[in-house]
Design a protein around this ligand. Structure first.
Ligand SMILES: [Zn+2]
Length: 474
């Protein structure tokens, strides 16, 4: 049977000794650490802020009747006044001592599966000069190869963060920084960033990428007239995404174009590369020539439209969440194929509630649709008609005048947008009257969010991963 042991912090124990008859004497020696003997620490600190905090961490173990130092499978640590139970497997697995995590590569030096299934740990509290109060665990049945001297230490701050993260993940809380927009809102909130500032200053980059994350749309101006500029802009974020269109690609009118984008025709609202398994997160378009009349760019927030659709018809919304749409790129030398529903929600059940619409992705790219393959009749005589009605309602919202933001990219402009959220379109242009030339590039989601987290941690001490806000701790 595993027992829940409680780590007791010494200052309260010392106080208890004075006030409560029969209370066990603190075993001073066991509270000594390599760094600071705890009694000495307590005497010297004279109710320092840290000691005051420590009193709140104390959990009275009387009811559990266990001593510090007895090994068990689970331990209780008082965090913000309440005993919190941790599995010692978690504490062992997350050990960051130099024998467990390589200090240089930060890679783990053992496998979770190496941990013996009958692992037990004995906990006590220690004080670290830099990290404050910590829980120190001595192991019984440690991973083979680790000697009796192996200790695992976790700061109270770190344990608190782990607990908060666990609760938020379990509770289905999703932190979403996206701000949905219609034409009026984006017109008032658009951000224009000077190329030189974007390239030179990390704070400007952070501001720009935060904005891009919120609105899915960002403009750079004064971009140098070079085919490599878009590479430099993407490079500030990270490695650009190579595709069969090339590392960068040109959007200009050409005869017998293999893609409708390479014509002068109107190109409706769409997303790029939905026929691949991980479509690009960001798309960059740098205007090198804008000398033909027309060719205005149009943008629409598909997440805003999805919320509106849910509001007007939950039935249509559900239809778009389930009906499979095929996307393909079927050419002699390239054959891509992927089927996805129009709206993808995060898997947690709460997210289907109207007040908590956690949309993971919208997929909308009519020019690259292939023939429907499932639910084309037979046993599903109403499915396709339901999809048609829902797609029609969704399209009306996407292309409604009040939802469309229109902008004509001038030479030296570069737009960056979230290809999984903000649909883009182009008005027809008159190729006979002058040249229109955009240079494009893509950046993957992992690359973008990695850079955003690095900057968030540096400037704000917090970042978001898996929808949960994380804070830097000691
Ligand atoms: Zn270790």
């Amino acid at each position: 049977m595993s027992l829940n042991l409680t780590t007791r912090l010494p200052p309260r124990a010392l106080l208890s000794q004075a006030t409560r008859a029969g209370h066990r004497s603190p075993r001073g020696a066991s509270y000594l650490t390599k760094d600071v003997p705890i009694r000495q620490f307590w005497r010297n600190s004279q109710r320092s802020a840290q000691a005051a905090q420590a009193e709140h961490l104390v959990h009275d173990a009387t009811n559990l009747g266990q001593l510090d130092g007895k090994p068990a499978k689970h331990v209780a640590v008082n965090i913000d006044g309440d005993p919190r139970i941790f599995d010692t497997v978690f504490l062992r697995d997350s050990c960051t001592c130099p024998r467990c995590v390589d200090p240089d590569s930060r890679q783990k030096l053992f496998q979770t599966s190496d941990i013996p299934q009958d692992l037990e740990g004995a906990c006590r509290t220690v004080v670290d000069r830099e990290k404050g109060w910590m829980v120190e665990v001595v192991w019984k049945n440690d991973i083979p190869g680790y000697g009796a001297e192996h200790r695992t230490r976790h700061s109270i701050d770190w344990l608190r963060r782990a607990l908060t993260t666990e609760l938020e993940l379990r509770g289905g809380v999703r932190s979403d920084e996206r701000v949905l927009w219609d034409r009026e809102k984006i017109t008032n909130n658009n951000k224009w960033v000077d190329y030189k500032d974007y390239m030179a200053e990390d704070e400007v980059l952070f501001d720009a990428l935060s904005h891009l994350n919120k609105y899915g749309l960002l403009f750079l101006k004064n971009v140098p007239e070079s085919e490599e500029s878009v590479v430099d802009i993407a490079g500030r974020i990270g490695t650009l995404k190579n595709t069969f269109y090339g590392r960068t690609w040109d959007v200009k009118s050409k005869p017998n174009a293999e893609n409708i984008a390479y014509t002068h025709q109107f190109l409706g609202l769409h997303m790029d590369l939905l026929y691949t398994s991980n479509p690009p997160h960001l798309q960059l378009l740098h205007s090198l020539r804008a000398r033909s009349p027309g060719g205005e760019s149009l943008f629409s927030d598909s997440f805003e439209a999805a919320h509106s659709l849910h509001h007007s018809s939950a039935f249509h919304f559900r239809t778009l969440c389930t009906f499979p749409v095929t996307y393909h790129y079927h050419h002699p030398t390239h054959h891509y194929h992927h089927t996805r529903p129009t709206i993808e929600l995060f898997a947690y059940p709460k997210y289907s509630e109207p007040t908590n619409l956690a949309i993971r992705h919208i997929n909308w790219s009519p020019p690259f649709q292939g023939p429907f393959e499932a639910r084309i009749g037979g046993e599903n005589q109403t499915a396709l008609r339901n999809y048609l009605a829902a797609a029609n309602a969704f399209e009306k919202l996407l292309s409604a005048e009040e939802n469309l933001y229109e902008y004509r990219l001038e030479e030296g402009d570069c737009v960056i947008f979230d290809n999984r959220r903000v649909l883009h379109a182009r008005r027809a242009f008159d190729a006979s009257k002058g040249e229109r030339w955009l240079k494009g590039a893509y950046v993957d989601d992992d690359v973008f969010f990695s850079k955003l987290r690095v900057l968030e941690e540096r400037y704000e001490g917090r970042w978001i991963a898996d929808g949960v806000v994380r804070h830097a701790v000691k």
